[in-house]
Design a protein. Sequence first.
Length: 442
Amino acid sequence: MHRLFERHITTLRTRFDRILSETGFDALLLGSGTAPRRFLDDTQYPFRAHPPFVQWLPHLREHPGSWLLLRPGQKPLLYLYCPDDFWHQTPEAPSGDWTEEFEIECFADVRRLSSVFQNLGNTALIAEARGAFARDDWAHNPAALIARLDFERAVKTDWELQCLRRANRIAVQGHIAAEGLFRADASEYRIHQGYLAATAHNERDLPYDNIVALNSNAAVLHYQFQQHQAPSLHRTLLIDAGARLHGYAADITRTHVADGESVFAGLVSLLDGAQRALLPQVRAGVDFVELHQQMHLSLAQILRDCGLVNASVEAQVEQGITRTFFPHGLGHLLGLQVHDVGGWQQDAKGYLREPPLEHPFLRLTRTLQPGFVVTIEPGLYFIPSLLGKLRQTPGGDTVNWALVDTLLPFGGIRIEDNVAVTALGCENLTRDAFAAAGREGF
Ligand code: GLY
Ligand code: MN
Ligand code: MN
């Protein structure tokens, strides 16, 4: 892993040096961030370091107030904030192989930074807040620089890819535990706790809030609660839950059904089949918008085959019927953020391609390249508010509402894998992780 990390830093140094020269800066300061306080309260939100800082310093965990100084051709210099603070655990000088890639200086008094950051030349600073030491003529979050960094972050180094692989392996342990608890009729809360224990994560380690949805709650796309009380009947579990390794996120969803013979179970297996059938098309040179549109065609075929909608595939897509059942995007870039930056960006200068008007929630409109890591996450939901709207349209006449009524209590389905685009096709980080855990075919 250390060799990979060395190469990761070498790649970043080359990339950042080039981008600094393209944008005319002599120095770049990346801030780790600060922990913001809650309004009218003396407690803080959990700290999470800014992603551009984490990309360089993934081994550091909770170090607000620190800065990384990058200058072309020079070793990156970390100023690590080690305040004199008896309320909190303060960082010690870091150790480990990774520190060889950096010069490291600890400081306790922010005034020290004003003196060491003299004479840097034309300087950019990326952080939410400028820092009291920053000079007025420094560029704070310059758009041209950030656009270039965001654009290139989509292509992962081998080290980043390895982190994403390992994050998937960790998350899969949680998913296996969660399924077991679902089959033992546990509550959403218990399933969530079991997930945390199996992944050795606490809430602040997770890349995003777990979605643990039983029965009709599975129809709420970002369902945010966990009921303590188990329902009287377990029909469905939709669990969208990840893990983080060195800041890199897994983002995995599985949908489990109690009764394997039910119509709903048939839908789960059809959607799973459609998701797998799309995977060979996830390869370099493919426009992600077209993949998204293709999934709508597959979904229309499923809705037709199972008797939910009596209309042709083309008519269903044209009339927006599939969008009622699958209202979100097929996927997004994945990395240091669960919805990683730059998904609409078409070039390093920041030109954006927004998704088609009828698919406003699609987060990725780029052409896939080797090194991208994306999610492939089709869904099929029974969302009362959207179904109610569909019912008012001419397309509503083609829907088998009696069948819809029997499926509403199951909520919905999402199947989400994390996929790395390679030179030849793609690597499915999620299904490989399930297979490695003895769950072939999951
Ligand atoms: N977990 C959020 C998403 O799948 O995009
Ligand atoms: Mn996702
Ligand atoms: Mn997800």
